[in-house]
Design a protein around this ligand. Structure first.
Ligand code: GMT
Length: 388
């Protein structure tokens, strides 16, 4: 434990799903708990990556009863009340919420309710991307997101690109700390499962992988079209991991393109490490990506990445080193880069080595202290307030 930072009790609010923001929040909470802090997850179901409860790790369910009075159940209000309840019951020091809505706006309201009761609790908001780049553009959400950002006690963004987008889109004039996403290296220090590899590529074909929530922003049709170009030149398999609105369309397109047998969709899985360890190349041609945690996970598994040069991706993947970047939608450039790597073993070996090397800049050991520094800053403000 850092000498200057006493163990703290922190309420963590996130989406408990497999999405990047939930994964980052859960892994951060677990690592802080291991360092001696007391972490209370406040979510509508147990976070997917939480695993079994350990000491210092707690989970409080937000349960919205089905009131026949409402056409829409007021989740944000129930979440707010739960944050107030857990803060008082467990004497929390801080709330760290991941994703602007409804988490940051609910936390700001919870803090106001608690302040009226004479309890001051700082709110840290971590912005993850779609809350800013997609929802932030919606007039239906913009005023609430702006308010939540301006009224949080500290705001972090997962990349410099997202920090700039937040300033540009919301005109906020407050400090935003950039704290990058991270990986837990030990999760990747495993042998690849050879049976799994053979089941996907029985004749030793290279495996090209894409992992996402299959939303339009991921441009999974580009993934398929890049693969079709590669397949014209060499044997290969496309491994699609995850599920979402575009999946059945992509499966149908793969069948119609005559390469259906080379496209394997395995759906949603808890942990992306196993498929990454058997992969040769990772594709992430997204329209935008505030960071691209999936790309970082691929690098950590020693898998070079071919991606679009949008959002925060260039901060993660170094063009010409750990992979290649091209403009959004430039399928021919991305397929040429992919073939360059797949057909050149020496270049591929270098890219694999650089992938692992570059992911080393984003380990939890390097990122966690950056969050602790922010917590420490807010604890000082809290203590000063208490002394007045
Ligand atoms: O990628 C998604 O659509 C899921 C989304 C989320 O909120 O879970 O991911 C966002 O947050 C991740 C974690 O910070 C980032 O790595 C992703 O780049 C970001 N997605 C987008 O910006 C599209």
């Amino acid at each position: 434990m850092n000498n200057q930072l006493r163990p703290m009790k922190i309420g963590f609010v996130c989406y408990p799903t497999f999405g990047g923001s939930g994964v980052v929040a859960t892994e951060l909470g677990k690592a802080l708990a291991e360092k001696g802090h007391e972490i209370h997850f406040i979510t509508y179901s147990a976070p997917a990556r939480m695993g079994s409860l350990k000491s210092n790790l707690f989970y409080h369910e937000v349960r919205v009863s089905d009131y026949p009075l409402f056409d829409y159940q007021p989740y944000e209000l129930v979440l707010t009340s739960k944050m107030v309840e857990v803060t008082l019951a467990h004497d929390l020091d801080m709330l760290h919420v991941h994703y602007a809505i409804p988490h940051a706006s609910a936390a700001v309201m919870a803090r106001d309710i608690l302040e009226a009761k004479g309890v001051y609790i700082p709110v840290v908001t971590t912005l993850h991307g779609t809350d800013i780049t997609l929802l932030g553009r919606e007039p239906a959400f913009e005023p609430v997101i702006s308010h939540a950002i301006n009224r949080s006690d500290a705001v972090t963004a997962v990349s410099e690109s997202l920090r700039q987008d937040t300033i540009d889109l919301f005109g906020v004039n407050r400090d935003i700390d950039v704290v990058n996403n991270f990986i837990c290296t030990r999760h990747f220090q495993k042998e690849a499962d050879e049976n799994f590899r053979t089941s996907i590529a029985p004749d030793g074909e290279p495996i090209i992988t894409h992992i996402s929530n299959f939303r339009p922003v991921k441009r999974v049709h580009d993934v398929l079209n890049i693969f079709i170009q590669i397949r014209k030149e060499m044997n290969a398999k496309l491994l699609l991991v995850g599920d979402g609105p575009e999946r059945s369309k992509i499966e149908k397109l793969a069948q119609e393109s005559g390469i259906g047998d080379d496209v394997i969709c395995i759906g949603k899985i808890k942990n992306p490490v196993e498929p990454l360890l058997i992969s040769d190349l990772f594709l992430l041609p997204s329209e935008t990506e505030s960071f691209g945690l999936a790309a970082l996970e691929a690098l950590a598994a020693g898998v070079p990445v071919i991606a679009s040069d949008s959002g925060g991706i260039p901060e993660v993947v170094e063009h010409g080193k750990s992979g290649f970047l091209a403009p959004v939608g430039d399928i021919s450039a991305m397929s040429l880069h992919a073939l360059q790597l797949l057909q050149n073993p020496a270049m591929m070996a270098d890219a694999k080595r650089l992938a692992i090397e570059q992911s080393g800049a984003y380990t939890i050991q390097k990122i966690l202290p950056q969050y602790e520094k922010i917590y420490m800053r807010l604890m000082q403000v809290r203590n000063n307030k208490a002394q007045k």
